[in-house]
Ligand binder design. Sequence first.
Ligand code: S0N
Length: 287
Amino acid sequence: MALTNGEGLRRDVRWEPVREYEDIAYEHDGEGIAKITICRPEVRNAFRPETLVEISDALVHAREDPSVGVIVLTGQGEDAFCSGGDQRVRGDTGYLSDSGAKASVGRFHVTDLQVQIRRLPKPVVAMVAGYAIGGGQVLHLICDLTIAADNARFGQTGPKVGSFDGGFGAGLLAQLVGFKKAKEIWFLCRQYDAEQALGMGLVNTVVPVAELEAETVAWCREMLELSPFALRLLKASFHAAEDGLSGIQQLAHDTNLLFYATDEAREGREAYREKRSPDFAQFPRRP
Ligand code: S0N
């Protein structure tokens, strides 16, 4: 059967809210796409700890929901994807959460979120209009694909505002754009427009801002027509070498998922349940 043609991929999309949050919107299109939108346009969609906790919760929901195949991460409005950590709640020990009593000890909630996105076994697509700056740029880097509007601007501010992300923020960036360029981005804190970002391999495509969502949804729909398990294994494979033992763990456990469905694995399980010795002699010792 032929895959959907370009026109079909651009049919209208209707988002329905799935759960209510304070800092984000979490919606589904009912056809396999989940969309998470940071809704703090008054601070260019900067994230505070609560924002990251909510994104994490929505990602867990999208991961567990078998009807979801692809997740879009974006920011509200055309001015910004995300401007990184909310500097108004940055304390001396990290970012301060407001939940319950005002936290006296902060932390980096974004550390776990970055890993969660990398580990999530479904493609995550960053849909970037406007600024992707600081921790916001790192968020789009972590996503599997980035669709950028022609008004997108990328950059780091760490050395300007007394911070830095030497994890994926430096390492993954260097892998994408090369060490010299990554050092330039961090050492000079310049901003780069969408075409420059495309030229250095930071984004997958650039489209007029008015077409950003339609283009992003079309890419998602293309992926939804493909084998979900192949996409899952590819995502794990891309990360395996860099993530070391935890990358191997992901791939290995994915093979467990497949192995469980074999007669050989079933024989071990059934023999245990039936309190008999397993008969593995019936299975080939593959060359
Ligand atoms: C995004 C920029 C370039 C937009 O400029 P523009 O369009 O001229 O708008 P502004 O007038 O500047 O902003 C509008 C209003 O929004 C507020 N605002 C913008 N960004 C933030 C922010 N990040 N935090 C709090 N408020 C923000 C402005 O203050 C303004 O408000 P009003 O109208 O009330 O004055 C421009 O806004 C800009 O450069 N923003 C700052 C970008 C920045 O420095 N971000 C922080 C960088 N650091 C991180 O993201 C931390 C990352 C992190 O968490 C981390 C993770 C792992 C390891 C280490 C770290 C680490 O700490 O670095």
